[in-house]
Design a protein around this ligand. Structure first.
Ligand SMILES: Cc1cc2nc3c(=O)[nH]c(=O)nc-3n(C[C@H](O)[C@H](O)[C@H](O)COP(=O)(O)OP(=O)(O)OC[C@H]3O[C@@H](n4cnc5c(N)ncnc54)[C@H](O)[C@@H]3O)c2cc1C
Length: 421
């Protein structure tokens, strides 16, 4: 059996997998249907846990060299600053205690530029399906390039083809996708030098408004919106939409002109959540959004894709080369056993956090504001939430913690860090 690994998709998931498996000395071929690195307003905030992994692959130095911005806090506040929760990353007991913000395009480019020599990336090549060496085991890919198809046999196939993954379906792995009822409008606001090095989420009666600095004195602003809110809207109506946004959140008036100039280039993005029923089948592993999707506000999706790739690499590192099919499949089962429960937890954490900030019902808003206020005022809970989001280990909140969050039970340990910290 040859020791070639083939990866479908050169998003963060596929490129991270190429790094993780390429660094084991495997021959890795990555196929990407798009001929260029895309410019998309998604996946821009990296967490400390992912940064530590990227550092071992030599990626972070490329990012920082290109102006990626270090951020030190995640801040969420209710109307008029009430119910403020500030997660100060400098308090993390880790040498990498910051977040990094960079354009998604820069993150992809940095991942490509630091790939090891034994990884080859082919752009403009579409994966059409999988090869099988018997009725069930995946043994390679069928790819289409410049109008002709060819077969690429491999000892392992990585499905990193994103949320609508063709390969996940081909492997017979189910996924129960749930769409959130709102969308996110993404604005890229230029010329705003800011000393504020934080991701700041404002919860208003019309939903979440989240912003953070990007390289080049820009600000990313996400605005929660109804699916049809901007459909067919012309320039003037868009400016009035901007007026309403600034009236609702006076902080934005500080860069009103720049915000107005960005409105015509806004993008509207759907948000969904799911965790696939499994992460592997014989001969194939799923990484990134092929396997899971979460609400973006907790900045977990791209980071989780990096943890997936790292976990898969760790499981395969224990197998001798050249890879044998039974060894590969044992490693894939280990990957699934190790990673699936973590992804289910990350899915819950992200969903709870996003509900706290985006639920527009009266009950949802009341509960969300309370949870925000009580978590922010409780050192033990806020440290636990920050540690979980940072990707430095998972310590899920217990049902008792939920009662403390909602203020239904006083917490005698509220002024201390958690015992495990
Ligand atoms: C608004 C928004 C903001 C976000 N912000 C953050 C954040 O700050 N931090 C964070 O951690 N996450 C964030 N996320 C999530 C993050 O962007 C995604 O989880 C991550 O980019 C998924 O990467 P991926 O490689 O799995 O999938 P994708 O980025 O979708 O990549 C899949 C790739 O596969 C290719 N492909 C698909 N089919 C084929 C085929 N048949 N043949 C060849 N190639 C194929 C596609 O062209 C694509 O390049 C955000 C998401 C959104 C929507």
């Amino acid at each position: 059996m040859n020791s070639t690994v083939v990866v479908c998709g050169a998003g963060v998931g596929g490129l991270a997998a190429a790094h993780a498996l390429g660094s084991l000395g495997l021959q890795v071929l990555v196929f990407e249907k798009q001929s260029r690195v895309p410019r998309v307003p998604k996946g821009e905030v990296l967490q400390p846990g992912a940064l530590k992994i990227l550092d071992t692959w030599g990626v972070t130095k490329f990012l920082e060299h290109r102006g990626a911005v270090r951020l030190s806090a995640l801040v969420a506040c209710g109307d008029s600053g009430k119910g403020r929760m500030s997660l100060d990353y400098t308090q993390l007991p880790d040498t990498t205690n910051w977040l990094l913000s960079a354009d998604h395009e820069s993150i992809l480019t940095a991942l490509v530029d630091s790939l090891p020599d034994n990884v080859s990336l082919y752009r403009g090549v579409t994966v059409r399906g999988t090869l099988h060496d018997d009725a069930t085991r995946v043994a390679g890919l069928v790819v289409r390039e410049a109008g002709s198809e060819r077969e690429v046999p491999a000892s392992l196939v990585i499905a990193a083809d994103g949320v609508s993954s063709r390969l996940r379906r081909a492997a017979g792995i189910g996924a129960d996708r749930k769409d959130y009822s709102h969308r996110l409008v993404a604005l890229d606001i230029p010329d705003v030098p800011t000393a504020e090095k934080a991701v700041t989420a404002h919860v208003t009666d019309r939903g979440l408004r989240m912003r953070y600095p990007l390289p080049g004195d820009r600000i990313r602003l996400y605005v929660q919106a109804e699916p049809n809110e901007l459909r067919g809207i012309d320039h003037d109506a868009m400016q009035r939409w901007g007026d309403a946004l600034i009236a609702e959140l006076p902080e934005l008036a500080a860069f009103e002109d720049q915000l107005r100039s960005s409105l015509d280039d806004r993008q509207m993005l759907p948000v969904a959540r799911f965790v696939a029923d499994g992460l592997s089948a014989p001969g194939i592993a799923l990484v990134g959004e092929a396997a899971h999707s979460v609400h973006p506000m907790a900045a977990q999706g791209m980071n989780s894709a990096i943890y997936d790739a790292h976990a898969l690499g760790t499981c395969l590192a224990e197998r001798a080369l050249p890879l044998r099919a039974p060894d590969v499949d044992t490693a894939l089962r280990e990957y699934q056993e190790r990673r699936l429960p973590e992804l289910i937890q990350i899915g819950k954490i992200s969903h709870n956090a996003s509900r706290m900030l985006t639920d527009l019902s009266w009950v949802g808003r009341t509960v969300g504001r309370r949870a925000l206020r009580n978590t922010g005022a409780n050192q033990r809970l806020s440290f636990t939430v920050m540690h979980n989001l940072a990707g430095l280990g998972l310590h899920p909140l217990s049902p008792l913690d939920r009662l403390h969050q909602l203020g239904l039970l006083p917490d005698p340990r509220a002024r201390r860090r958690p015992r495990w910290a």
